[in-house]
Design a binder for this molecule. Sequence first.
Ligand SMILES: Cc1cc2nc3c(=O)[nH]c(=O)nc-3n(C[C@H](O)[C@H](O)[C@H](O)COP(=O)(O)OP(=O)(O)OC[C@H]3O[C@@H](n4cnc5c(N)ncnc54)[C@H](O)[C@@H]3O)c2cc1C
Length: 369
Amino acid sequence: MKFDSIIIGAGSMGMAAAYFLAKAGKKVCMIDAFDPPHTNGSHHGETRIIRYAYGEGIEYVPLALRAAELWEELEHEVEKPLLLKTGVINIGNKDNAFVQTVIESARAFDLPLEVLNAEEITKRWPGIKVDDHMIAAFEPTSGVLRVEDCVAAYKALAIEAGATLHVNEPVQNIRCGDVVVVKTAVATYEADTCIVCAGAWTSELLKPFRLSLNPIRKTFAWFEAEEGLYGQENFPAFAVELKDACYYGFPSIDRAGYKIGRHDGGETIHPNDELRPFDEGDALDLQQFIQSYMPQVGALKEGKVCKYTMTPDEHFIIDYLPEHKNIIVASGFSGHGFKFSSAIGEMLAQMVIDGKSKLSNELFKLSRF
Ligand SMILES: Cc1cc2nc3c(=O)[nH]c(=O)nc-3n(C[C@H](O)[C@H](O)[C@H](O)COP(=O)(O)OP(=O)(O)OC[C@H]3O[C@@H](n4cnc5c(N)ncnc54)[C@H](O)[C@@H]3O)c2cc1C
């Protein structure tokens, strides 16, 4: 059977793209190495931050706002809460480039944002202690996505709209051409178009194209926390930009505990490698941050490992393969892609159907490398 489109990797981006394509009446086949949502890629750990005033670049704001609209539509469709509006604070020195870009983004797009000094931060959230020269940009409309539930919601709707999903079937080979031929250990599939969004494995699948992708090991952990200080009703999601490190975290959601991770750094891995489990060194690093900035957080409950797929400039890759306009690559989400996955799914479907997307992919083009 020949499909209109094969999606390699039915994770964060692939599942959303399948939904939009199937909804538009396309015959879609998703193939995944595991059974999404799962814990082997980049979409586990219960929560992801979504924010609109964007520190990584003002160009992302329209994509973030479209993503929020689509998350709300998805919530409606599946009748399940997916986005918790806890608000998000970005904390850093007054002259920190990330925090300044958050402020600039809010001004440019007229987004609600409060800027607080150190004293105001601690008065508002007694669980936070910051240095005197730090400020916070607080965006009250932003919040937290329930990551696995989001992937599961798009999965249910994509299948309902007619998409086929093959699980536990790693793709071994892709043959480019007018008809794209995709091989797994058990079958061969053909389609007119193909989206390769296999996360950390993308560069292995597209080796001849020498994509600038670097998979890394990341860790995160939950800690005991007093609900009055750190519970979802009282505490926002956050990112703290230090001189040589960046930590992000979440309030205790459904009483699961305060969750934190470190955004910068991490060991380069081969995507097929078994990740080294969360260890004492990982815990110590997070605890040092907690002791300085959120000292009332309690003992470690549980730590986990996950993968980021980095590009050299930490902007995404969403583009047609050179000389193969019927194959699109979507990867390199560099640890900040999930919030956009609804809008990127829509964008990928438009690229397949219309040959271009409504929102620009200029920042994400392969030609920049
Ligand atoms: C700890 C952590 C915290 C994060 N926090 C945030 C956050 O707060 N906010 C935010 O916006 N983003 C965050 N991110 C980033 C975000 O989760 C990722 O950018 C996003 O999930 C990447 O989506 P993806 O579709 O590329 O990868 P995935 O969701 O991992 O999907 C890739 C899929 O490809 C499949 N696959 C791989 N190889 C093959 C093959 N050979 N054949 C078939 N299928 C294959 C995999 O099984 C997988 O299902 C975080 C990431 C991590 C790890």
